[in-house]
Design a protein around this ligand. Structure first.
Ligand code: DGL
Length: 261
C-alpha cells in the first residue's frame, strides 16, 4: 500500500506518525511544498490555482494508491479541485470540530488553525453542522507554523513565542471557559509539549491525525493496490533547503531518503 502524503512543510508528519502506528506495512512518499509555504497566508485563488496541477504531477510521478492532503488549509480550500484533477482517491484533513464539541463540558471550544483555515466557509459549515450548540472561538496563527518548522529544523523554540501566539485565543469574551482546543493545522501537534506548557489554562487538545489514518486504512482496504516502488521511502521537498536536522527528522518518521526538487 503506497500513500502520497502532502503538506506545505513538516506538518503532515503528525499524520504520518498516526498512519505508521496503524499500518506497520505502509509505504509513504512525502511531498512538502516548501517553496510556497505558508499556505495559511495565501488566498483561496492562489491555492486553487497551484494545488490541483501540482498534486496531479506528483501522483503521476510516484503512482500511489491514495493521496492524503495532510493540510487543513489546503483541504478546506481546494479539496474539490484536487479531487477533480486526480483519478485516484484523495483524502483531506478536516478540523475535528465534531469530537471536540461533543467532549466540551463548558460548551466552549476553540479552533486553532492558520489564518486561512479559520476564515473558510468550510469551517463555518462544520461548526453549523457539528458545533453541538457550543460557542466556538476561531483563532488563526501563522507564527505557530513557523515555530513548528523551526523546531523540526533543530532550532530552539522559546515558550514565550508560543504563549504570544495562543494567548489572544483565551482573552476573548468567555475565553476562560474554553476546555477543548481543535488543532486545525497539522503543524500544531508537532508543538504539543510546548502548547501545553504555554496555555494559560488546562484544556484538551484534539487533532485529526488518528482519524485520517483510520480513513486512509479503510480506503486502501477497498482497493486493488499498486506494486510499491523498489526504492526507499522518500520525502520530496519542493524548493527546500539542505538542512541536516530536517533530514534526520524525516528519517525518524520513516523516510530513508530526502530529495530536494
Ligand atoms: N500544515 C498546514 C495546515 O494544516 C498549513 C501550514 C501553512 O503552510 O500555513 O493547515
Amino acid at each position: 500500500m503506497h500513500v502520497l502524503v502532502f503538506d506545505s512543510g513538516v506538518g503532515g508528519l503528525s499524520v504520518v506518525a498516526e498512519m505508521r502506528k496503524l499500518m506497520s506495512d505502509i509505504y509513504i512518499t512525502y511531498v512538502a511544498d516548501d517553496a510556497f509555504r505558508p499556505y495559511g497566508e495565501k488566498t483561496e485563488t492562489q491555492l486553487k490555482e497551484r494545488l490541483p496541477g501540482l498534486l496531479k504531477i506528483m501522483a503521476l510521478a510516484v503512482n500511489p494508491d491514495v493521496v492524503v492532503i495532510a493540510c487543513n488549509t489546503a483541504s478546506t480550500t481546494a479539496l474539490a479541485e484536487i479531487r477533480a484533477a486526480l483519478d485516484i482517491p484523495v483524502i483531506g484533513v478536516v478540523p475535528a470540530v465534531k469530537p471536540a464539541a461533543q467532549m466540551s463540558k463548558t460548551k466552549t471550544i476553540a479552533v486553532l488553525g492558520t489564518p486561512g483555515t479559520v476564515k473558510r466557509k468550510y469551517v463555518d459549515k462544520l461548526i453549523a453542522d457539528f458545533g453541538n450548540g457550543c460557542q466556538v472561538v476561531l483563532h488563526g496563527s501563522i507564527g505557530l507554523v513557523d515555530l513548528a518548522e523551526r523546531k523540526l529544523s533543530g532550532q530552539d523554540i522559546n515558550i514565550d513565542d508560543i504563549h504570544v501566539e495562543i494567548k489572544p485565543m483565551f482573552l476573548v469574551e468567555q475565553g476562560e471557559k474554553i476546555d477543548v482546543v481543535v488543532l486545525a493545522c497539522t503543524h500544531f501537534p508537532l508543538l504539543m509539549k510546548q502548547l501545553k506548557e504555554a496555555a494559560p489554562q488546562q484544556v484538551r487538545w484534539i487533532d485529526s491525525g488518528a482519524a485520517i489514518a483510520r480513513r486512509t486504512a479503510s480506503v486502501l482496504n477497498k482497493q486493488t493496490l499498486n506494486k510499491v516502488p523498489d526504492y526507499p521511502q522518500t520525502a520530496l521537498l519542493i524548493g527546500g533547503q539542505e538542512n541536516v536536522t530536517r533530514v534526520k527528522v524525516f528519517a525518524k518518521f520513516g523516510f530513508a531518503k530526502t530529495v530536494i526538487l
